[in-house]
Write a protein that binds this ligand. Sequence first.
Ligand code: BES
Ligand code: ZN
Length: 849
Amino acid sequence: MKDAAPQTIHLKDYAPPAYLVDEVQLTFRLAPTATRVLSRIRFRPNPEAPSRDFFLHGEALTPIRAAIDGQEVRPEITEAGLTCAVPDAPFTWEAEVEISPRTNTALEGLYMSRGMYCTQCEAEGFRKITWYPDRPDVMAPFTVRIEGDAPVLLSNGNPVGMGEGWAEWHDPWPKPAYLFALVAGDLVARRDSFVTRSGRTVDLALWVRPGDEGKCAWGMEALKASMRWDEDRYGREYDLDVFNIVAVDDFNMGAMENKGLNIFNSAAVLASPETATDANFERIESIIAHEYFHNWTGNRITCRDWFQLCLKEGLTVFRDQEFTSDLRSAAVKRIEDVRMLRARQFPEDQGPLAHPVRPESYQEINNFYTATVYEKGAEVIGMLKRLVGDEGYAKALDLYFARHDGQACTIEDWLTVFEDATGRDLSQFGLWYSQAGTPRVSVEEAFENGTYTLTFEQRTPPTPGQEEKKPLVIPIAVGLLSPNGDEVVPTRVLEMTQARQSFTFEGLASKPVPSILRDFSAPVVLEREVPRAERAFLMAHDTDPFNRWEAARSLARESLIATIREGAAPDADWLDGLAAMLRDDTLDPAFRAQVLALPTQSELAQVLADRGHTPDPDAIHGAVEGLRDAMARHLADLAPHLYESMRVTGPYAPDAEQSGKRALGNAMLALISRRDDGALAARQYAEADNMTLALAALSCLLRVGRGSAELAAFHERWKDDRLVMDKWFALQVMEAKPESAAETAARLTEHPAFDWKNPNRFRAVLGALAGHHAGFHRADGAGYALLADWLIRLDPVNPQTAARMMTAFQTWRRYDAGRQAHAKAALERIAAKPGLSRDGAEMVGRMLG
Ligand code: BES
Ligand code: ZN
């Protein structure tokens, strides 16, 4: 159990390490409950350090022996690590400890997943393996010897030798301990190779359990595409002889970028057409890219301390977004990313968990792998690129790699590189890293004598611990359209730096229609009351695809709000505009499918709260259902034709073209199902030869109250495939009615296959409940109570996964007094749990304020 008294770590307290490490040698003698770890570490005093105190992190280690320069020592051991008297000169530390991977259910450090050994060390898991200065600014080359029965023994770097029961690996690139990895198990490899642009051949392998070989092809293709892309777009070449990826079933996150040995949640890498959806394939492609890209942005250049997490994560997310937009459709990718930002980051930035992209304090770093650090962190880089231009960005990145290779850096280093490369002063821009909250931008317009003026005002609401906000640099991409739909002023990036600021456009023949915040050029909320007709005009004519989508989306949103507030009928102009876009064959099907997606119910709740109303989840749910019915009626003639024309012939491919067609076809199926009682969906389900079509059909059936036979057949067919069974669990909760979602989830937790210690399975059921807006926020508090019960149960077993899911409660103050009381009671119940983890305690503490 962790220390009960919460300790807060502050950025301002950073001090360089007292000792640096020149070399690490590790030996693992693997055994499920008694693994021996022998370490031999060459330390040297750090001339830059203010103190000479020798401290090594270490948690839950059974000490066997320790020695300095061959002499046995008796260090002073505490819960968090050890101190010891050491020479004020280079010395060699040797230690032996015992650990128990089999009983490590937190999945941090060395643990076992169905008989296979594996590690997860980021952020602070290495200290559960041996004593070490477990901080990212201590970088060293590692040599690792593994002894064990498993046929496959892997670690970082290049293999240097192996024999019966042992293997040795050497990683020449200095790295922090969080990038250490070890895997041992009965695994099989899908192998391939890649020739780098300088002509070196890299052996690639994707290691999986026997039986999963058929699910590796896509991951391997994605890896090769990523390696090529990073060479072409960033000039970054891979730097070892081998690159290994391993799939594990029990993993807290999606994947991890350990040097030369990426470890993936099997859900984030394994796919076949029969078992994975198009969305899964796209996700796998981007996550493979993400972890691969970390080799330069994260590993070769790492973070000085965990406050700088966005240095690697924001940048690497930005890079994986660029990759996907190059490989697929840039417009559709931008829409997907903004939908995700609004669904996950905006609520965080506007609630009790708000924090800057670079936080200034934390209790548990695992709680700061957030949408703000990741997604807003990526948006900040996108803004930077927009401000300095493509060339400036390329120059800055070249300088970043040249100047900082092999170092552990800060956001200041990053911004200085941009200043030096482009000559810009980025001091005000730097506020994006330190100031939390989503800025609100309002707009006024004026037109006189051919001059059009846009006046913007920015305001960032207070966030916990930050009352006063300063004006930010906001790049606002604007284009102007003439009333006949021509673009009279192409996209121009206005640089807003003041609280209130005007920009003029001269020489216009008539008052233009503005298209503001094109391509979502900044992560802000645009507060502008736009007449419906103008939105409809932009929906039909905007030359910027993102803003065209945005216009449609905002019309749908306003229609829903009007229904919720006044019982208004669905907006007929929007429905007409929608039909026109759906009919337009020049538009990419994937884009048309995006136009059909309604705002999420949680987003509508936030809009209502922003406008001073108390959101009623049932009313929101009712309005969305009503609008979908109206869409089904309005598009009744079109939908069957479009459905037919989206049929894909030929072999399945998860590429942009085919998946776009399936997305639009499935969206039509959902509308048709509302009127044919699921007849077409039943047919699609019966005929489907891939998971994308099967799962969509099954969800349509469940939504219309049918599908129990199909659900049973699905179970029978897939009961031995964990990843598909996760879908089976999740779908039932997602498609449950609001009044029965909690009961459905509760019933599924009784299912013999509900292995709650597996994070994927836990998330499939409880995560799906948390994502079911009206089901989770049920008036009688049943949703809150069920989630709280399970989080209380999971916390001691796997605090990291439990704490992440507690964020489901972050919006609790939006709702009415009755719901608030239930949510508060649930949070207080979690808070009162004796022995609650540091992870959990920090989260509930922040949410209860
Ligand atoms: N470095 C992280 C994995 C990680 C996160 C380790 C938190 C320890 C604690 C990895 O690069 C990552 O960001 N993974 C993401 C997916 C990615 C595509 C954004 C994940 O696992 O969700
Ligand atoms: Zn990452």
